[in-house]
Design a protein around this ligand. Structure first.
Ligand code: B12
Length: 474
């Protein structure tokens, strides 16, 4: 049996370590015909890689590139260079196995990254089918002509993956804990679950439709509940997190998933990103609470009626207010995300968002405020910036990361307003300042232990932040 080493090159542990669900899925698919091992860079030191390669002697090496940068405008973390230094370079030094790249970060910049990294092949987008085909073709020395597969000489590729007329998603259970040592994730991490792929929203800056396609492909609700129940049986009381672009779209899918989980009658904690206000309802939140949801992320990006239109959000301010009220009524701990600086943003629109934040968001909930929108090819914002002459079509925007900020407000003014707001509102935090200092983490951990708090960590951190701000410590 030929051997494949899959490497998770994501070493980021903020805001918490995320397990390699994509590699776990690939491992299940190719594991039927190949011997597979996953090296998980989140918790294993990349320095161990050469000895792992020497012992395992892989015929192929696949490296997953999830994060390129952290999308923070000031002092951005640029992960890619570290991946080259800590993973790619040592791999090339100790193995001549074909090196294959993939992953969501890679798929946003496939051509640029193939040029930057000395790899043999790259698989763009989801890879359950194409990666297996590539390995099979390499086994027999066949010509490589597979949709989504590129090499160093590829000049261009249509990165928009849009399967037509497919409504179901058939993927195996990821069984992440069978593929990697899951023990360290039990402390601060989550168990990732994907319920569908695709996104039909048109938010101008977003890569999700580019990466996953513009139509939803859904798994059966009962399968998702079974996957959760089985993992729960193996691991006990853990947090499961949905990694879908938006959780409650289509709404019936989300509701059905909750109903199936409720039927299992298991003690778990659930969380999700992407609560879309257009389809939030009391029925949905009631089901979510009963299923075990302990916290959600809500990403309206703005609460200015003008900006909701400019950013092509699919909901109105009224729907957003209704969602905020439902979240408070159902006492659902929520992390809110706002993106400031999109096309047309000015002082008035920023203040409109703040009006909403002050009046409708519980002070117990955290509000993340990001300055500037990271621009990616394949998005409408990219074309806006191009038309405004901010960059040329030949500029890659990969490094340094390019951020869009409306000329009607400019970076300095925007930062000044957000900073002054965050000084007055302890629950409003700039993305660039969102990593809690070690002392704050320590105090939060102590408070949780002493008071036996089971609330989400962000709420405990906000308590400490409030104390620090009131006592002038920050
Ligand atoms: C869910 C999610 C989150 C959740 C994670 C929750 C969790 N439990 O995992 C949260 C909100 C915490 C999060 C945080 C961050 N995220 Co995020 N996240 C996503 C999202 C929406 C889905 C990722 C996912 O799990 N997909 C499902 C799995 C099954 O797909 P996959 O991993 O892509 O794998 C498939 C393919 O890529 C491919 N593949 C993967 N690896 C390999 C390897 C080989 C060899 C091959 C051949 C193929 C292959 O095959 C797989 C199966 O088809 C993506 C956007 C997207 N739609 O992809 C952004 C995304 C990955 N995140 C991104 C970023 C930047 C971040 C943060 C750095 C943001 C921040 N400043 O905090 C952090 C980093 C967190 C960390 N510790 O790494 C960016 C990365 C691009 C970039 N700019 O660098 C993305 C692409 C969003 C974007 N802006 O476009 N994220």
């Amino acid at each position: 049996m030929r051997k494949v080493l899959l490497i998770n090159s994501n070493t980021e542990r903020f805001p918490y370590p995320v397990p390699p669900i994509g590699l776990s899925l690939l491992s299940t698919i190719i594991g039927k015909t190949y011997k597979v091992e996953i090296f998980d860079g989140v918790f294993r030191d990349a320095k161990e890689l050469p000895s792992v390669i020497k012992a395992f002697k892989p015929d192929y090496i696949g490296v997953s590139i999830r994060n390129i940068d952290d999308m923070v405008i000031d002092n951005p973390k640029f992960y890619l260079q570290k991946i080259v230094d800590d993973f790619i370079f040592p791999i090339r030094q100790c193995s001549s196995a074909p090196l294959i790249l993939g992953g969501s970060g890679f798929s946003i910049y496939p051509i640029e990254i193939m040029r930057m990294i000395d790899a043999d092949y790259g698989v763009v987008g989801e890879a359950e089918v194409s990666f297996l085909k590539l390995l099979n073709a390499l086994d027999i020395g066949a010509e490589i002509d597979i949709k989504g597969v590129i090499n160093k000489n590829t000049k261009s590729i249509d990165i928009t993956y849009s399967p037509k007329n497919i409504h179901t998603l058939e993927i195996p259970f990821a069984e992440i804990d069978h593929k990697i040592d899951f023990t360290p994730y039990l402390e601060r991490g989550v168990y990732s679950i994907q319920t569908k792929r695709g996104c039909y929203h048109k938010c101008i800056y977003c890569t999700y439709p580019v990466l996953e396609g513009k139509t939803y492909r859904m798994r059966e609700a009962v399968d998702i509940a079974n996957e959760i129940a089985e993992a729960h049986k193996r691991l006990g009381f853990i947090t499961f997190e949905f990694v879908d672009s938006t959780f409650n779209d289509p709404p019936q899918h989300a509701e059905n998933i909750c109903r199936e989980i409720i039927k299992k009658n298991i003690n778990i904690r659930l969380r999700t990103m992407g609560i879309n206000p257009a389809h939030a309802s009391a029925e949905l939140f009631d089901l979510m609470r009963k299923a075990g949801f302990a916290q959600v992320d809500s990403t309206p990006d703005s609460a200015s009626p003008k900006m909701l239109i400019n950013m092509k959000k699919n909901f109105s301010l009224e729907q957003l207010k209704k969602t905020a009220k439902l979240l408070r009524d159902f006492d659902m701990p929520t992390m809110w995300f706002f993106l400031f600086g999109g096309p047309g943003e000015d002082e008035k629109t920023v203040h409109e968002s703040f009006e909403f934040i002050s009046e409708h968001i519980s002070p117990l909930d955290m509000v993340h405020m990001t300055v500037g929108l990271r621009v990616y090819r394949g998005t409408e914002l990219y074309n806006v910036g191009l038309a405004e002459g901010r960059y040329q079509s030949t500029d890659s925007l990969l490094y340094p990361p390019y951020f869009y900020i409306s000329d009607a407000i400019k970076k300095e003014k925007l930062e000044e307003i957000l900073q002054s707001y965050s000084r007055k509102h302890f629950n409003c935090i700039l993305s660039s300042e969102s990593t809690p200092p070690p002392q704050m983490m320590k105090e939060a951990a102590e408070l949780r232990a002493n008071e036996k708090l089971s609330e989400p960590m962000f709420r405990t951190l906000l308590r400490i932040r409030k104390l620090w701000m009131e006592s002038g410590k920050m």
